[in-house]
Design a protein around this ligand. Structure first.
Ligand SMILES: Nc1nc2c(ncn2[C@@H]2O[C@H](COP(=O)(O)OP(=O)(O)OP(=O)(O)O)[C@@H](O)[C@H]2O)c(=O)[nH]1
Ligand SMILES: [Mg+2]
Length: 315
């Protein structure tokens, strides 16, 4: 790095802006896809199945003018078990703590009763925080329906401006970023320029394995698994060893996850190994074990043991 670059890095422009943007909405509207796309890097797992994201996850966008801290959140829904309650609480906390709320909706479908329930949550918790209604998945919407759909979503939240985006093909994202920079308050850079998230490789490994399970299984299985990495070792410069336990709720789920002759667990392992290998630039060895932890989603103690803990608030 030249001296000039160093000076540029150290001295931020006078009107440098920063802040926290909570990305909230119904499951599957594209919250994680949007953040990954803006960051140009996969920091959160994505799947066509609802309730993929389970925790709050930070995505850090930095350029010379601003630092934007995106919080990806679990989809807001009516919880059916303790894990669901935890997920909704995480999203609600993120809403309360934000400088700006991005409320994502799937503009390719009409608002449902579920969406009206979320509108009620957003309106109740937002206080004075500005809300941008992000009409995502516009690539799936016929242009002649734009106006009608815009109106049906606009009526759900008072005084929100709205923007059409496609997190999949990137359209509308430059306009969204420009608007966010305009709206953010002046503020410092909180994280180093090259940091894009707060999670460590152990967590990324567990999430990557969970994503491959979600993509390869059906019905209850995607929702009934938790993944815990018990060992993560860089055995040499070109070899990483990862051992993980997949917890399921019932014996029958264990059987399905292992598959005939172990073919399902092998497929999950090899897909995770390929993705992690590309990410790490090393050979990766993934060892997977499946264990039954009866009804863990209903049990607060087990949830805590698996790391689903709400942060302790100091204020
Ligand atoms: N066509 C289209 N598909 C999209 C778009 N954004 C996301 N998707 C797809 O929608 C599905 C859900 O995306 P996610 O990013 O996992 O959604 P999410 O809102 O994070 O979902 P949860 O974590 O379950 O709350 C995936 O299959 C994405 O590829 C979009 O703009 N257009
Ligand atoms: Mg998500």
């Amino acid at each position: 790095m030249s001296n000039l670059d160093t000076v540029f890095e150290d001295s931020l422009p006078e009107d440098h802006r920063s802040g926290v943007i909570a990305v909230v909405g119904r499951p599957s509207v594209g919250k994680s896809t949007l953040i990954n796309r803006i960051l140009g890097q996969k920091i959160a797992i994505v799947s066509p199945k609802p309730q993929t994201t389970r925790r709050q996850q930070l995505g850090i966008y930095t350029d010379s003018r601003c630092q934007i801290l995106f919080t990806d959140t679990p989809g807001l829904h009516r919880p059916q078990h303790k894990l669901g309650e935890f997920m909704v609480k995480v999203a609600e906390d993120a809403l309360r703590d934000a400088d700006i709320i991005l409320w994502l909706v799937d503009v390719s479908v009409e608002p449902t009763a579920e969406e009206r329930h979320i509108a009620e949550t957003v309106n109740r918790l937002r206080g004075q925080t500005p809300v941008i209604l992000v009409l995502n998945k516009c690539d799936l919407l016929k242009p002649e329906l734009h106006e009608a759909r815009r109106t049906s979503y606009q009526t759900l939240v008072e005084g929100a401006e709205e923007l059409l985006t496609s997190a999949l093909d990137g359209s509308g994202l430059d306009a969204l970023m420009m608007r966010l920079v305009e709206m953010l308050p002046p503020g410092p850079r909180y994280y180093p320029v090259d940091q894009v998230s707060e999670v460590n490789m152990r967590f990324i490994a567990a999430e990557t394995i969970r994503e491959k399970i979600i993509l390869n299984t059906e019905q209850e299985i995607p929702y009934s698994v938790a993944v815990e990495v018990s060992e993560y070792k860089e055995r040499s410069d070109d070899m990483t060893y990862i051992s993980a336990t997949i917890y399921v709720e019932r014996d029958s789920q264990k059987g399905i996850l292992i598959g005939k002759g172990g073919d399902m667990i092998k497929r999950i392992g090899s897909q995770a190994r390929a993705e992690l290998g590309e990410m790490l630039g090393t050979q990766v060895y993934v060892e997977l074990h499946v264990k039954v932890l009866k009804n863990w989603r209903m049990d607060e103690d087990l949830l805590r043991r698996l790391g689903y803990r709400l942060p302790i608030k100091t204020d």
